[in-house]
Design a protein around this ligand. Structure first.
Ligand code: FES
Length: 114
């Protein structure tokens, strides 16, 4: 079973969901986004190709929610529930990142993203 899952798996999405003054993911609706994304993946028959995992904070001081696409190494910041159909069509099915939602630059402690 595990071998079949790994053979079919194309993407692993890491979604963070923490609160606190270091990050905005929970306040930006990370839980609602994650639930809607998982539902959309299942409804479109993509769940066996795309694994989702909740992570602790990926990028302090990001707007959130932050989503990392592996193995491609693409980082998103600020995706909303309304973006999910476009995210699935473009990023997941066509392999084209959503340029307007990318986390453009890595942050270091003490910087703000926006
Ligand atoms: S909890 Fe999402 S970037 Fe920190």
């Amino acid at each position: 079973m595990a071998e079949r899952v790994l053979r079919e798996l194309r993407y692993h999405l890491l979604l963070c969901d923490e609160a606190g003054d270091f990050c905005g993911c929970q306040a930006a609706g990370a839980a609602e986004f994650r639930t809607a994304l998982r539902r959309a993946l299942a409804e479109r028959g993509l769940a066996r190709f795309v694994k989702t995992t909740i992570m602790t904070c990926n990028q302090p001081r990001a707007r959130g929610p932050v989503l990392v696409v592996y193995p491609d190494g693409i980082w998103y910041d600020g995706l909303t529930v309304e973006d999910i159909p476009r995210f699935l069509d473009e990023q997941i099915l066509a392999g084209r990142p959503l340029e307007d939602k990318l986390l453009r630059r890595p942050l270091v402690t003490g910087q703000t993203a926006y």
